[in-house]
Design a protein around this ligand. Structure first.
Ligand code: ZN
Length: 388
């Protein structure tokens, strides 16, 4: 595997479509047709236990096209969607008419006019994109081969373009800032910066109390109120994550460093395995690490800052000075916010200690990405979503 392939990132660039009123029903009909097709295909696949794209194609293509009136490539994409979902989710639910997968034959992005041509059931239509500098920069010069068209609950339409972006290779002696994402502090860097989570946690707790109250009373307006509360909470979260990610990327850019994070896939599961209080569980699951990482990734791409992900094992129980790994059980290595090494007697801020370990792992990954061992769990591929 070469350095270049290792460091490409696939991401999805979200762009709002400007849809004239008279074309809304054309899109909606296509969305319904696509969901219909997916549900029919799913039935056949389940009945015959057939999860092979080609074999399934032979079984369903003709009847599905006839009953839905979709174009040929829509049906092919529906088959892919069904099989992809079955593999990714294991448990399968009914498809709802909220999105359709597109391929080279069913969409075309036109940079000159910032518009996109989309094939619907009724034929090809052009839509203007309502997008900003971020999206234009990410789409520039891209050979776009996949996209999805989505309808939000509010009735807005978006298109998500799948793009592949090479992250710039770094110099010979990489410098890396490690970032530890925690619960008490949202983020702590190996350079000693941290963003306290107290304020946002207080806000979340307040909202959750209000929510519980509203749910208990079940008044007529409670649903609307709940949605509004949720919206406010999410906007605050988003604002905060934008701020933190901006500062992280700025610091990395100024110091000419890469940023290293822990690979967080599956963090919810592993954290939830331990019995925890209800409050504790809610906090973990709500925590918007994912969004923060996302924002960092796309800000970093534009700023030319490299982002790497390291395996999360032992980063908080390893001593950053002597490298001693403290067993989970046995002698405690943490006391409050301090990390206390039982080996070399280091006494350090626990989050900064973890961030320093992440930075050290990050260095080995940036300088020798092809070396197995430390980075064997990483493919350098990650997907992210760029929000408008
Ligand atoms: Zn030590």
């Amino acid at each position: 595997m070469s350095y270049d392939t290792l460091m490409t990132q696939s991401l999805s660039v979200k762009c709002k479509l400007i849809v004239p009123i008279e074309l809304r029903s054309d899109i909606d009909q296509t969305l319904h047709g696509f969901a219909d097709a997916c549900n029919q295909i799913l039935q056949v696949a389940q009945r015959d236990q057939c999860w092979n794209t080609n074999k399934l194609h032979h079984k369903v293509y003709k009847p599905v096209r006839e009953s839905t009136g979709l174009k040929a490539n829509h049906v092919c994409q529906a088959i892919r969607r069904v099989i992809g979902n079955a593999k990714a989710l294991k448990q399968i639910h009914k498809f709802r008419p909220t999105s359709i997968s597109l391929d080279v034959r069913t969409f075309k992005y036109v940079a000159a006019t910032q518009s996109v041509g989309v094939t619907l059931k009724s034929g090809r239509h052009n839509f203007k994109l309502s997008i900003g500098g971020y999206q234009i920069a990410l789409l520039r010069g891209q050979n776009l081969t996949s996209a999805t068209l989505n309808r939000t609950r509010k009735g807005d339409y978006y298109i998500n373009f799948g793009v592949e972006i090479d992250t710039p290779p770094t110099g010979k002696t990489p410098k890396v800032i490690g970032v530890d994402l925690g619960r008490r502090d949202i983020a702590t860097t190996s350079t000693g910066n941290s963003w306290s989570g107290e304020k946002i946690q207080a806000m979340r707790d307040r909202y959750s109390k209000v929510r519980a109250n509203v749910q208990r009373k079940r008044t007529r307006n409670s649903r609307r109120l709940l949605r509004r509360l949720q919206g406010r909470e999410q906007r605050f979260q988003k604002w905060l994550n934008h701020n933190i990610s901006k500062q992280l990327v700025q610091e990395a850019k100024q110091l000419d460093c890469a940023l290293a994070f822990e690979e967080l896939t599956g963090i919810r599961e592993s954290l939830n395995q331990k019995p925890r209080s209800k409050t504790e569980r809610r906090r973990t699951n709500n925590w918007a690490f994912f969004q923060l990482r996302l924002f960092v990734q796309y800000k970093a791409l534009i700023a030319g800052v490299t982002v790497v992900f390291v395996p999360p094992a032992y980063t908080s129980q390893t001593c950053c000075r002597c490298g001693h790994i403290h067993p989970d059980k046995g002698k405690p290595y943490r006391s409050g916010k301090r990390f206390k090494c039982g080996h070399c007697k280091l006494d350090h801020d626990a989050d900064v200690n973890a961030a320093l370990n992440i930075a050290a792992l990050g260095v080995s990954f940036v300088s020798a990405p092809e070396r197995p061992g430390l980075c064997c769990q990483l493919q350098g591929q990650s997907s992210l979503l760029v929000n408008a």
